[in-house]
Design a protein around this ligand. Structure first.
Ligand SMILES: Nc1ncnc2c1ncn2[C@@H]1O[C@H](COP(=O)(O)OP(=O)(O)O)[C@@H](O)[C@H]1O
Ligand SMILES: [Mg+2]
Length: 325
């Protein structure tokens, strides 16, 4: 085995905040609660988990933007607390919703600026900017101001910017969030291309199917703890033998969910809303009994939109985090 690129041992991070408007009381948030894992060279390592699980906190610590409260984290063999500058030379990162581009400059001039920050000599900077803009598919638009770029183009420019120092590890926090499906697909292809160049990638995302395509291994983070770490294929074993009954209605399904949760043949029930519609997803080893129960709970319901399907990685994830997604 070669040296791990990231080695985390028993990592804790707490935030001190206050609650209450008039009488402010101190409150401690335990964002990371004793995390240990390794990332191997060349891997795409994914981290998923509900909002507030601690994903961004972890990425910030590994990117040396935030100190741990206790425990250790090494990147490329260097300690994040004591060798911040060494690590920064060899890594780069994109944090979710990051600005950091100059909208009135062209894509090319943005990159040149960041190349100068890394003190690349002129010739190196020029070739590297051209190569990177070509890699991310922006060379034919390199002279245009960034303000005219689409969201997907801006995100690809962020990637080019993050590659300007030829990093060995790239940390990407929810890189496809807010992108349209086509732009998100281009970004995924780009991430695969970057990995094929030997760069190790640490990635977080909310989209399980995306993580399934991209990641070699996935850690599920919940309340600051890793509850599982495995390949996407092995994670799916958690839902072996189950079926998923899924139904969307206009209105609420909370009562149905409560009734179903009490049934022995039901494994996991989850609800999600979009607009006025609510979707219930039931993991069960008896789809027929589940459907009759739904029929009894909702007399007169149109069941034509009810779907029975095999479970996917997202269902495994929902089961692992206990029904919340
Ligand atoms: N600067 C901060 N001050 C106080 N609490 C914070 C701060 N940043 C994050 N938190 C809290 O730490 C927990 C983990 O947050 P975060 O790492 O952003 O999770 P995720 O990226 O998985 O959504 C959450 O409970 C969040 O509210
Ligand atoms: Mg986050």
């Amino acid at each position: 085995m070669s040296e791990p690129v990231v080695a985390v041992r028993d990592l804790f991070r707490e935030y001190k905040t206050t609650v209450g408007l008039l009488r402010r009381k101190p409150r401690i948030v335990n964002a990371l609660n004793g995390i240990s894992f390794d990332v191997q060279p060349g891997e795409i390592f994914g981290m998923v988990g509900p909002n507030g699980a601690g994903k961004t906190t972890l990425i910030k610590i590994l990117a040396t933007l935030l100190l741990p409260t206790s425990g250790t984290a090494q990147v490329l063999g260097y300690d994040v607390v004591h060798h911040e500058r060494r690590i920064r030379q060899h890594i780069n990162f994109i944090l979710g919703g990051e600005r950091g581009l100059y909208w009135r400059l062209s894509g090319y001039d943005n990159l040149r600026y960041f190349a100068d920050l890394y003190r690349l000599d002129r010739a190196t900077a020029e070739t590297r900017c051209k190569d990177l803009l070509t890699l991310v598919g922006l060379w034919d638009r390199h002279d245009e101001r960034v303000e005219g770029y689409s969201k997907g183009m801006k995100q690809r420019l962020h990637i080019a910017k993050a590659l300007i120092n030829e990093p060995r590890v790239l940390f990407l926090d929810e890189p496809t969030i807010g992108l349209d499906p086509l732009a998100a697909r281009m970004l995924r292809e780009l991430i695969s291309e970057i990995r094929s160049r030997g760069i190790t990638i640490f990635l977080t995302s909310h989209y399980m199917w995306e993580m399934e395509i991209l990641c070699d291994r996935l850690a599920v983070l919940c309340d600051g703890k890793i509850i599982t770490l495995d390949s996407p294929a092995n994670l799916k074993n958690h839902v072996n033998g189950l079926e998923v009954v899924e139904l969307q209605v206009l209105g609420t399904l909370d009562e149905v969910a409560d009734r179903l949760r009490a049934r022995p043949y039901i494994d996991t029930v989850s609800l999600s809303s979009s607009g006025h519609a609510q979707t219930i997803r039931v993991q069960t080893d008896d789809a027929q009994a589940t459907i009759s129960e739904i029929r009894q709970s909702l007399p007169g319901i149109d069941l034509s939109r009810l779907v029975v399907r095999p479970p996917n990685l997202e269902d495994a994830y929902i089961k692992l985090v206990g029904g919340e997604s």
